[in-house]
Design a binder for this molecule. Structure first.
Ligand code: ZN
Length: 250
């Protein structure tokens, strides 16, 4: 089984389309989405449609909640709140209904022998950011399966945690197609990165290919038409910074 692990699409259709094309060329069986399908970008409905029709497992992110009024916007910075209000106005009734009923993570899925957990933020709290090794270590008690995928930070990479010897370290992708060979008795907290708004200094759309039968996780990136995504954001009257940051991946 080959899983496509997608996160933080943020209404960026050009980025999602490029990922779908690149991943399609490699082949995959099931797509999984870790939330934040909407928010920031100019194509919320198109992205909702693709995920709704193609992803087998989906959980909600904080922007998905906020875009249908399930989260108070006072927790959002002014730019995110403005983008959220714009998204609320654009959503079709069908998209809004689907977003409103997305399940809350964490959720465990996968077949026998290949089970894994997905969460938007931390597996302890869907809105919590996991950035440092210490933050990851605090979560070891929540990690029942060997592999947990999370998003929210828009940083591709992850953590390898082993109780007893307390081996702990970032599993950072240092090159394209970087791979993690998963081992039993170790816990992996893996962030596929963001498709629609990467913040790790690499503007290319990010995702992960997970092959539990091979004990293999592969980090992937693909360049997409940033200029087109930017012009749609500007034409929609969304904050300019949301267009600008796509070019620098920050
Ligand atoms: Zn996000």
């Amino acid at each position: 089984m080959r899983y496509l692990i997608l996160s933080d699409i943020h209404a960026n259709w050009e980025a999602l389309e490029a990922v779908v094309e690149a991943a399609g060329a490699e082949g995959w069986d099931e797509a999984v989405c870790l939330g934040d399908i909407v928010g920031y970008g100019a194509d919320p409905n198109r992205c909702c449609d693709w995920v709704r029709n193609n992803a087998r497992h989906v959980i909600r992110g904080n922007h998905d909640k906020a875009s249908v009024g399930l989260e108070d916007l006072e927790w959002f910075n002014p730019v995110a709140a403005r983008a959220c209000r714009w998204t609320q106005e654009q959503l079709t009734p069908e998209s809004a209904e689907w977003l409103r009923h997305l399940p809350t993570g964490p959720k465990t899925t996968g077949e026998n022998g290949g089970r894994f957990t997905i969460s938007h933020g931390s597996p302890a709290d869907e809105d919590q950011y996991v950035v440092s090794s210490d933050e990851a270590w605090q979560l070891i008690g929540y990690l029942e399966e060997t592999v947990t995928f999370f998003g929210h930070t828009h940083l591709q990479g992850g953590f390898e945690l082993q109780a007893g010897v307390r081996r702990m370290g970032p599993v950072a992708p240092e090159e394209d197609h970087a791979r993690v060979a998963t081992e039993a008795h170790t816990r992996y907290l893996i962030n596929p990165g963001s498709i629609g708004q990467p913040r790790d200094g690499d503007p290319r759309a990010a995702w992960v290919l997970f092959e539990p039968g091979q004990n293999r996780i592969t980090y992937r990136r693909v360049a997409y038409d940033v200029t087109r995504a930017q012009s749609k954001i500007l034409a929609a009257g969304l904050p300019e910074v949301l267009a600008f940051r796509l070019a620098i991946g920050h």
